[in-house]
Design a protein around this ligand. Structure first.
Ligand code: FAD
Length: 379
């Protein structure tokens, strides 16, 4: 099995997948619609950092990437719950306070994985190549580039192109899968807490949460000593993103509901007005592969809501499971069928858990009963 492979999407999953496949001896063409992120600016307001936990670290450790990724990571050993009034309370993730999840810059992580993939002789990356057509039976791909249309062929095509996957769209059009997309009536917006006199404005050893019933804010530390806050809130209705539009109303809202945060976020009103509201949804589809020649992986196969902090971790774990399936099967068809059969049940489970965890983070972490009785393991 040393045929040419095309991986569509050089995000977190696609880069790690290309790296794993190249180490197995495959020639991999990695196609990405964006310019090279190592030379371009990050998209404003798009999940600047994320929490990587043991599932993701395991996938990186197996191919010697854990230390490179963890060099800039900030361990968070518990969640710090900020009530509307009074003192924040730390809820450790483990009884002895040693277990942590890690705040990592999405951009830096993507660049590290891209560097790793491109360091393998078998990997060629094509930036500014947006998949527009896919004939899954023939492995024929068409890309729009800034200059012209580009055609390519591959024995196997992986769709690692995220929640709105074009590969999945073509499989659907060719009646090779069924899909369901469930969007929450919640969105998210990113805000910033900068350093104060060069130091973190909040404890960098914790994931901060402001549970506020129908709204929830979290904040994760960054290596530059800032925090990225993410506000989760309904997209419409009387208490929602849509309900705040003027600078005065925004300021009043945050002073009232996040009184300890507001003084630490001098650009909050500008951030709020400038940053987009991101959508949150769950993608379920089946099967993930067709004819042993095309296969979905990462968010393209199973995008989940971010409340368990497991989307990227799951994409990394997919790569490990696929690698095992390639060890065990003697054909692409066998390996991709095995991957689908083994992995989808786990993806469905974490999708449900992520939805449940929203309710827990939003409402229950602030309850004294919950704090006293529940061992807290995750975000
Ligand atoms: P993506 O990151 O979406 O990458 C897909 C890539 O494909 C992109 O580079 C895109 O440009 C490219 N692409 C798309 N279409 C095409 C096309 N037609 N042609 C070519 N290229 C294309 N996960 C965690 O594990 N921990 C967290 O703490 C966490 N926090 C999150 C917070 C928020 C607010 C959100 C929204 C998500 C969070 N996640 C978290 C989830 C995580 O971001 C995703 O699961 C992860 O990015 C999925 O990686 P991926 O490579 O599969 O897809």
């Amino acid at each position: 099995m040393t045929d040419d492979v095309a991986v569509v999407g050089a995000g977190l999953t696609g880069c790690l997948l290309a790296y794993y496949l190249a180490r197995r001896g495959h020639r991999v063409d990695l196609y990405e619609r964006r310019p090279d992120p190592r030379t371009a600016d990050a998209e404003r307001g798009r999940s600047i950092n994320l929490a990587i936990s043991e599932r993701g670290l395991d996938a990186l450790r197996r191919v010697g990437l854990e230390h490179r990724v963890m060099a800039d990571a900030l361990p968070m050993r518990g969640r710090m719950v900020h009530p509307p009034t009074g003192t924040p309370v730390l809820q450790p993730y483990s009884a002895d306070g040693t277990r942590a999840i890690n705040s990592i810059s999405r951009g830096a992580l993507n660049n590290t994985l891209l560097d790793a993939a491109t360091s393998e002789a078998g990997v060629t990356v094509h930036f500014e190549h947006r998949l527009t057509e896919l004939d899954t039976g023939k492995g024929a791909l068409t890309f729009a580039t800034p200059h012209d249309e580009v055609h390519a062929e591959a024995r196997v095509v992986f769709g690692a192109d995220g929640a709105g996957s074009a590969v999945r769209g073509h499989m659907l059009a060719q009646e090779e899968l069924d899909e369901s997309l469930d969007f929450l009536d919640y969105g998210y917006k990113e805000l910033t807490v900068p350093p104060v006199d060069g130091e973190f404005a909040l404890d960098p050893g914790a994931l901060h949460i402001w549970p506020r019933g129908s709204a929830m804010m979290i904040a994760l530390p960054n290596p530059d000593r800032s925090f990225t806050c993410t506000l989760f809130w309904p997209t419409g209705g009387t208490a929602s993103f849509a309900s705040l539009s003027s600078p005065a109303a925004i300021e009043r809202h945050f002073r009232t509901h996040y009184p300890d945060l507001f003084p630490l976020a001098p650009t909050l009103v500008d951030d709020y007005l400038a940053n987009p509201v991101g959508l949150l949804g769950t993608v379920r589809c089946t099967p993930w592969q067709a004819g042993g020649s095309v296969c979905l992986i990462g968010d393209a196969a199973h995008a989940i809501v971010p409340f368990y902090g497991q989307g990227a971790n799951c994409g990394f774990e997919d790569v490990v499971v696929l690698d095992r399936c390639l060890d065990e099967a003697d054909s692409w068809q066998g390996a991709l069928e095995l991957f689908d059969a083994r992995r989808k049940v786990h993806a469905d489970t974490i999708a449900d858990m992520a939805l449940d965890n929203f309710v827990e983070m939003r409402d229950k972490v602030a309850s004294p009963m919950f704090r006293a009785t529940k061992a807290v393991e995750h975000t």
